[in-house]
Design a binder for this molecule. Structure first.
Ligand code: MLT
Length: 262
């Protein structure tokens, strides 16, 4: 592929979940380069990205990502977020609608937290700071991936465990506090006019598929896909099917782009 051809690919911003980092998108970085220009940054504080304030609101992460795209000279991108990444994708769309060419919402929801979950998030922040991230990772691991994945994908199990354990307590705490105060964004769904793909797992134990169905019903013209044999991380657990769906979606966004610019 020549340099000129490369620049024609539509940018695909991949926003990771909690408490993870950019490496969760490895199968997409490897499998989608021919069809898209995938960009998978570490959110502030996670992975290799350095320090974080005490709280990171979803809009703060969206501002960071906006700055990154502008620095890269990107005017428009397909925004894809998984779980917390999906909360951030919706915040991004709200703040920077003209930069969004398409939206992919994976294992996520538009609703805010109940009081009980809010309290649990503040406890997660405290535990991360006082006892370290391993304890949080231990509690989450079982629900993030399906029994099928645990049995058949030792590579995914190992990657997930090591990814969670290397995150900085301060980043985990700041994200937990930010998620706890995120607003309900259900009201914006009916006004979404860009192509939207919604992905859920056959057995998502963290954000049940019904949340995806509700978003699908609210977002005009959206597509809903359920990935077999997966829980909350279908992009890692069944990357082949996940990538196929992204591929189809990117092709349709590309066709729309051509028609509009013809
Ligand atoms: C995630 O995977 O990003 C988290 O499970 C999101 C959440 O805790 O709501």
């Amino acid at each position: 592929m020549t340099y000129g051809q490369q620049e024609k690919r539509i940018p695909l911003l991949l926003i990771h979940g909690f408490p993870l980092d950019r490496t969760m998108w490895r199968p997409q970085l490897e499998g989608l380069r021919d069809i898209a220009r995938p960009i998978a940054p570490d959110l502030r504080g996670f992975g290799d990205s350095g320090v974080t304030p005490d709280i990171m609101n979803m809009g703060d992460y969206a501002s960071d990502l906006h700055a990154l795209l502008r620095t890269m000279g990107i005017q428009r991108a397909v925004i894809c977020g998984l779980s917390m990444g999906g909360y951030i994708a919706l915040a991004f769309l709200q703040k920077y609608p003209s930069m969004v060419q398409g939206l992919i919402l994976c294992h996520t929801k538009a609703t805010d937290d109940t009081e009980e979950i809010r309290k649990a998030r503040l406890l997660t922040a405290k535990t991360a700071m006082e006892s370290g991230v391993a304890k949080i990772a231990e509690g989450l691991f079982d629900r993030l991936i399906s029994e099928h994945t645990k049995r058949t994908r030792v590579d995914v199990v190992d990657h997930l465990k090591s990814m969670m354990e290397r995150q900085e307590p301060a980043a985990v705490a700041a994200a937990s506090r930010g998620m706890a105060v995120r607003p309900d964004r259900t009201d914006m769904l009916a006004g979404i006019s860009v192509p939207t793909l919604i992905i859920t797992g056959e057995n998502d134990q963290l954000i049940p598929a019904i949340e995806s169905t509700r978003m699908h019903e609210a977002i005009p013209g959206s597509t809903l896909v359920q990935i077999p044999n997966t829980s909350h991380l279908s992009n890692m657990e069944n990357s082949e099917t996940f990538n196929e769906q992204i591929r189809l979606f990117m092709l349709s966004v590309g066709r729309k782009h051509h028609v509009q610019n013809a």
